[in-house]
Design a protein around this ligand. Structure first.
Ligand code: R5P
Length: 296
């Protein structure tokens, strides 16, 4: 990275993460001034970034379509000014779960996002623990960084645990759970999750009977959205006399009454990153993102 030619850009919503990254990397920061009008339209204003390497920090959590549109507007301005490079750092990538045609007639929306980003002139996309990094077959470079080691180190330093076991709520999360378990030197177990593709209902089961009695469980997932997957996983673990249940995720969307549901399910603590502002954000992503750019 050429420091003197690089600029970190964000709107106010993403400015705390963006300013930390600009301080860590010792590169300049530009604010994309943002206004949202009464009808929901957004408007941005950004100083000229001609010939600069632009790194846009912009997480697309809900309201996702509005935040995506604001991202498109910032990229468009950078390209219009004649920026050299446009790298988008999108910690929570919206539509990442629409990575397949599950039911005939659907579209793979994550491909549409890639097409739009490419047409605007994006040269690189950096995500964090995105749901399905393998599905980002875009025409420009994509990089998926992981906050799992940072989350695991946070747990190791701050939470006293009794014979912990790391749990993946589904088979898709096994690699994440293994990575987490390696940091805290313990074993992991994957549950089996099935989802009704028409109703969205989730059921979770335990494949083999393994003694879990009084062991503390660390359920590791990429995201908590409605909380239903975590609650179902907790129910099955509690039936098997698990000890305390902790939930660790990169992206805590916590939609509607998810937080209250998690409390009612008897979860002792939730730990997440700040990819989405929330009260459980204990791990700041600026370190993971800055380290990547220091080396590239
Ligand atoms: C799905 O496979 C993901 O990894 C998460 O487990 C899921 O998206 C969480 O959603 P929810 O909290 O609504 O169950």
């Amino acid at each position: 990275m050429q420091k003197n030619n690089t600029v970190i850009i964000s709107d106010n919503r993403n400015s705390s993460l963006a300013k930390n990254i600009s301080l860590n990397l010792d590169v300049s920061y530009e604010n994309a001034e943002l206004r949202v009008f009464a009808d929901g339209e957004s408007k941005i204003r950004l100083d000229n970034v001609a010939k600069r390497n632009c790194i846009i920090i912009h997480s697309t959590y809900p309201p996702i379509d509005q935040h995506l549109m604001q991202l498109f507007m910032i990229i468009y301005k950078c390209r219009q000014d004649g920026a050299s490079d446009i790298c988008v750092v999108n910690p929570y990538l919206a539509y990442s779960r629409q990575d397949k045609v599950f039911v005939d007639g659907e579209i793979v929306t994550i491909n549409l996002i890639g097409r739009i980003l490419a047409s605007l002139g994006t040269t690189k996309l950096v995500t964090i623990d995105t749901h399905s990094p393998g599905s980002l077959n875009y025409s420009f470079e994509t990089v998926d960084l992981s906050a799992i080691p940072s989350l695991a180190n946070y747990v190791k330093k701050n939470i006293p645990l009794n014979r912990p076991i790391v749990i993946s709520p589904d088979e898709g999360g096994i690699q994440r759970a293994k990575k987490f378990a390696a940091v805290i030197y313990t074993d992991m177990l994957s549950l089996i999750k099935t989802r009704d593709r028409f109703t969205g209902d989730v059921s979770i089961s335990l494949s083999d009977q393994q003694p879990l009695e009084n062991r503390d469980a660390l359920i590791v997932d990429d995201m908590i959205s409605t909380g239903n997957s975590i609650i179902k996983a907790t129910e099955i673990l509690k039936k098997n006399n698990i000890g305390n249940v902790y939930v660790i995720c990169t992206h805590a969307l916590l939609l509607n009454d998810a937080k209250e549901k998690l409390v009612r399910a008897g979860i002792k603590e939730v730990i997440s990153t700040n990819s989405i502002p929330n009260e459980f954000a204990k791990v700041d992503l600026s370190g993971v993102i800055s380290n990547y750019f220091s080396d590239h």
